[in-house]
Design a protein around this ligand. Structure first.
Ligand code: GLU
Length: 482
């Protein structure tokens, strides 16, 4: 914040109830970029108070995905920090204390309504076209009524007394926002099992952890209203809120699997580079000052600003993300991406070729792929087993083509050396001279014989990878076909 000396502290606060999806990752990325740009702290907080839905497996997955994206946190699980613990299940005392404080001050009250009754009332309200808010049945119980219910052992929750009025706040992305408390009913702070609800725990923790900015999706606006009410009741200063624009599918409907908006783990499995995903997601609602789109991490950190976060929905476009991934793949040397790409070679290729040859193959196909998952298909031309396409077979019936193939075999035999790209090029040239074949007439028969196809990666590269023996036997095989 210009003019402010307060150090920026932001957090990403996932609930470990599933996988990290593109929306959550975008939120994490914006918070991370804002922290790095302002030399502030990026905190990871695990919001695991929904015991039925939270799992350690999901937490592990989230952490793995964040690490894969390169979103290292300054404070959080595995990192420590002065504001811990960073797992809400380890902070239950705090919520209990704050809830007691609110009950004491008359801002919250015990509620004994049973879930079945609440559910029935909710349905009835919806049927009558009313908003299904809590009707306040326990809002004004007397001390005696409370005691009596406790004596009967009726399960109790703590509810916040919302009251009437408007809440106004300055959103750092969307400027002034006014929300009416009529949007929300008296909401639960502590459940009957003693565990806090999301809104309560998040507000208590954001205050306790000194969070200066809460950046999250627009769908959280009603939560922001609840949380500001809580800050007021607790007499705490609330952080600056910023609501990121929604992410929609190309048809402008809510983003879902249908739009290819898979989890981060899926993208990893489909052969995306982590930084390409990072780069693409950073543009969902934000743009670089020079409109540049393919950006390094340094460029993103250097240029990031909340002023250029937009308000209109961002559109998730799988095609564009694939395109961007291809651009990032080509920006690297084959060595730099080998480790990630290597996992995608089919076992047949791995079986046939050592790491050095696979690196050679990667260099030959790098220009032609958008994601590593295409490696399986495209690398099949390097297999010593050839399946001839229709177009390829047609070529072998031409006399000229057969002459090219047999001359090529003669040249290789006469040469006696192992084939590399340069050698292959020279020999093909010789064949051209001797047979008087040029261009397609020269290259198509050879390519068809060696790969079974008339298109594919650089021919001399394919020859070098396959090697002399395989090339010789494939030429013989093609010549034996009619
Ligand atoms: N645990 C919440 C969620 O995953 C966090 C929302 C927030 O950023 O406050 O939606």
């Amino acid at each position: 914040l210009p003019g402010s000396k307060e150090k920026v502290r932001v957090r990403f606060a996932p609930s470990p109830t599933g996988q990290l999806h593109v929306g959550g990752a975008r939120t994490a990325i914006f918070n991370w970029l804002f922290a790095r740009h302002s030399q502030g702290a990026f905190i990871l907080r695990i919001e695991d108070t929904d015991i039925e839905r939270s799992s350690e497996e999901s937490e592990r997955g989230l952490i793995e995905d964040l690490e894969w994206l390169g979103l290292e946190w300054d404070e959080g699980p595995g990192m420590g920090g002065g504001a811990g613990p960073y797992r809400q299940s380890e902070r239950l005392e705090d919520y209990r204390r704050k809830a007691d404080e609110l009950v004491e001050a008359g801002r919250a009250y015990p509620c004994f309504c049973e879930e079945v009754v609440l559910e029935r009332k909710r349905r009835q309200a919806v049927k009558e076209g009313k908003s299904p808010q809590y009707d306040g049945a326990c809002r004004d119980l007397t001390q005696d009524e409370i005691k009596e219910r406790r004596r009967r052992g009726v399960p109790e929750v703590i509810r916040f007394r919302v009251g009437e009025g408007e809440v106004h706040f300055e959103d750092c992305i969307r400027s002034g926002i006014e929300l009416s408390t009529a949007m929300v009913g008296d909401f639960v702070l502590l459940r009957s099992n003693g565990l806090p609800t999301y809104n309560f725990a998040a507000a208590v923790d954001d205050a306790a952890m000194g969070v200066t900015h809460v950046l999250r999706g627009e769908e959280h606006l009603p939560n922001t209203l609840r949380q500001i009410l809580l800050y007021k009741a607790l007499r705490l200063k609330h952080p600056v809120f910023g609501h990121l624009p929604l992410i929609l599918g190309e048809d402008r409907s809510k983003l879902s699997k249908r739009h290819g908006a898979s989890s981060i783990a899926d993208l990893k499995r489909s052969g995306f580079l982590p930084h390409a995903v990072f780069n693409y997601l950073s543009l969902l609602g934000w743009s670089h000052s020079s409109e540049k789109e393919v950006l390094s991490k340094e460029e993103l950190v250097g240029d990031f600003s909340l002023e250029r976060v937009g308000r209109s929905p961002a559109i998730f476009d799988m095609k564009k993300m694939r395109w961007m991934n291809g651009v990032h793949i080509r920006k690297h040397s084959p060595e730099e991406i080998f480790r990630e790409a290597d996992a995608f070679f089919p076992s047949e290729i791995k079986h046939q070729y050592g790491a050095e040859k696979r690196l050679e193959i990667l260099a030959l196909i790098q220009e032609k792929i958008e994601t590593f998952s295409e490696i399986g298909n495209i690398s099949s031309v390097f297999s010593p087993e050839v399946h001839y396409e229709e177009d390829a077979l047609k070529i072998f019936s031409s006399e000229k083509a057969r002459e090219v193939l047999s001359k090529f075999a003669d040249e290789i035999a006469a040469d006696g050396e192992e084939l590399n790209c340069d050698r292959a090029k020279e020999l093909i040239k010789k064949v051209g001279k001797k047979t008087n074949a040029k261009g397609k007439d020269l290259y198509f028969p050879i390519r068809a014989a060696l790969t079974g196809n008339v298109h594919g990666p650089d021919l001399t590269g394919v020859i070098a990878v396959k090697g002399r023996d395989v090339v010789m036997s494939l030429l013989a095989k093609a010549l034996s076909l009619e």
